[in-house]
Design a protein around this ligand. Structure first.
Ligand SMILES: [Zn+2]
Length: 191
């Protein structure tokens, strides 16, 4: 399956839509993550001049199970350590899959101005729930944080949306089994 995705990447269409170029980088990171037996999710950070700042990928099983190592979290770690001088409100975070509950919270705390995701995650995505009336259930401080960030689907060709979906879909079932195993402590003492 990964071979097929790698071949597809080599035959990807030329950039047409606004976010195609960043979609490609997200998908390359997602494929790399999947090939390393992690969740196939990738992310990049871009400044207001549409220049790349840094990239990251899911690494939850890079060593022993580390639940926080989602692509967005890794990306924000890099921002806050390597690029701390940048104005967060001017940055756009691109990610191949809609951010989860944990990452959405971290994004709000990070001060990032804009998030664009390739594939909506109806089962586990949280970021899209921050818009409009969905802010209402949030405590006031979080409503305030949520009002300062724009979260929207990226404008990309279907090729990239399909690619991003395939990257996560091919790894999700196996990953879930590994997570449940880690929760039970079966990996105690091993790395
Ligand atoms: Zn996440």
């Amino acid at each position: 399956m990964l071979d097929i995705l790698e071949q597809a990447l080599n035959m990807s269409p030329a950039a047409e839509q606004r976010d195609d170029i960043w979609a490609r980088l997200c998908c390359e990171q997602a494929l790399l993550a999947a090939s390393e037996n992690n969740y196939g999710v990738g992310a990049v950070l871009v400044n207001q001049r549409n220049e790349l700042i840094c990239d990251a990928r899911n690494q939850v099983f890079q060593q022993s199970y580390q639940s926080q190592r989602h692509a967005e979290m890794e990306l924000l770690n890099r921002l806050e350590t390597e690029f701390a001088h940048l104005n967060r409100r001017e940055l756009t975070l691109y990610v191949s899959l809609e951010p989860c509950l944990m990452c959405t919270g971290r994004i709000l705390l990070s001060g990032i101005g804009r998030v664009r995701y390739l594939v909506a995650d109806s089962a586990g995505g949280f970021a899209s729930h921050l818009q409009g009336i969905f802010q209402q259930p949030l405590p006031p401080a979080w409503q305030n944080l949520a009002s300062a960030v724009v979260i929207e689907p990226a404008k990309v060709q279907d090729f990239w949306r399909d690619f991003a979906y395939d990257c996560i879909a091919q790894s999700a079932t196996q990953m879930r089994g590994q997570v449940v195993k880690a929760w039970k402590g079966t990996e105690k003492g091993s790395r």
